[in-house]
Unconditional design. Structure first.
Length: 251
């Protein structure tokens, strides 16, 4: 990919799954990467796997002071930032539900991590990008934010729909500052978040049945699209929602 070599990138929720795969792909393309996560042990393992010059940032995306401090530390350590990937997310399967049964605490926790956490990373990340003359913000959203495909996960779906609105508004607001803002919308993927169905053969068959490609995505396949949106080859792409769902929402 053109234009990632030497870039400085930060990925939230980078200890596992799509975040870890994205950090690894960016590093493989030549970027220097800071990994941010709340799970210190998993973060250390992921950072080591990314490479010796990767930077570990232990922070909770719900805590604005912690996010601000982590991004300032990354900016100082890397000499600036060019790419920010707000990825950290939770999916409270078994607690998330349809609205009449949804506990407010479950709603609040989901929105706090998935939407407010992404906003805080984008807010303080954008400040770093502005200071450096521009860059790219790549949100990891979901087709659940644009289509009613996640029945019984209404807090999760709403949090991702809010992210879609944020992406479009930020893309318009920051274009004049040479900051591109886009989102990847992963469909059904083989990640630790989805162990509730990946490890159950009957549920697995049920979940994958509507997918035209007939399988789940690998985290690396999602990361490849995120890396493209971050690189200079995507220099005319902003405000876009890149769906990577094996055709799930095309039919």
């Amino acid at each position: 990919m053109r234009g990632l070599d030497g870039k400085r990138a930060l990925v939230t929720g980078a200890a596992r799954g799509i975040g870890r795969a994205t950090a690894q792909r960016l590093a493989a393309e030549g970027a220097r990467v800071a990994l941010l996560d709340v799970d210190g042990e998993a973060l250390a393992q992921a950072t080591a796997a990314v490479g010796s010059d990767a930077l570990a940032l232990h922070a909770d995306v719900r805590d604005e002071d912690a996010v601000r401090g982590a991004i300032e530390h990354a900016t100082d350590a890397l000499g600036g930032l060019d790419v920010v990937v707000p990825n950290a997310a939770i999916q409270l399967v078994g607690a998330d539900d349809r609205a009449d049964r949804l506990d407010r605490a479950v709603w609040q926790e989901t929105v706090d991590v998935n939407l407010t956490g992404a906003f805080l990373a984008a807010k303080h990340g954008a400040r770093a990008l502005l200071a450096g003359g521009g860059g790219a913000i790549v949100f990891i959203a979901s087709p659940a934010g644009t289509h009613g495909i996640a029945r019984g996960l209404q807090a999760y779906s709403a949090s991702k729909a809010g992210m879609v609105g944020l992406v479009r508004a930020m893309a318009a607001d920051y274009a004049a500052d040479a900051i591109r803002v886009n989102a990847v919308l992963p469909g059904i993927a083989e990640t630790p978040m989805n162990r509730w169905w990946t490890e159950d053969p009957a549920l697995r068959e049920q979940v994958l049945a509507p997918v035209p490609l007939g399988r789940a995505a690998r985290a690396e396949e999602i990361a490849a699209v995120a890396a493209f949106l971050a690189c200079d080859d995507a220099s005319y792409v902003t405000g876009a929602l890149w769906t990577v769902d094996g055709g799930l929402t095309a039919v």
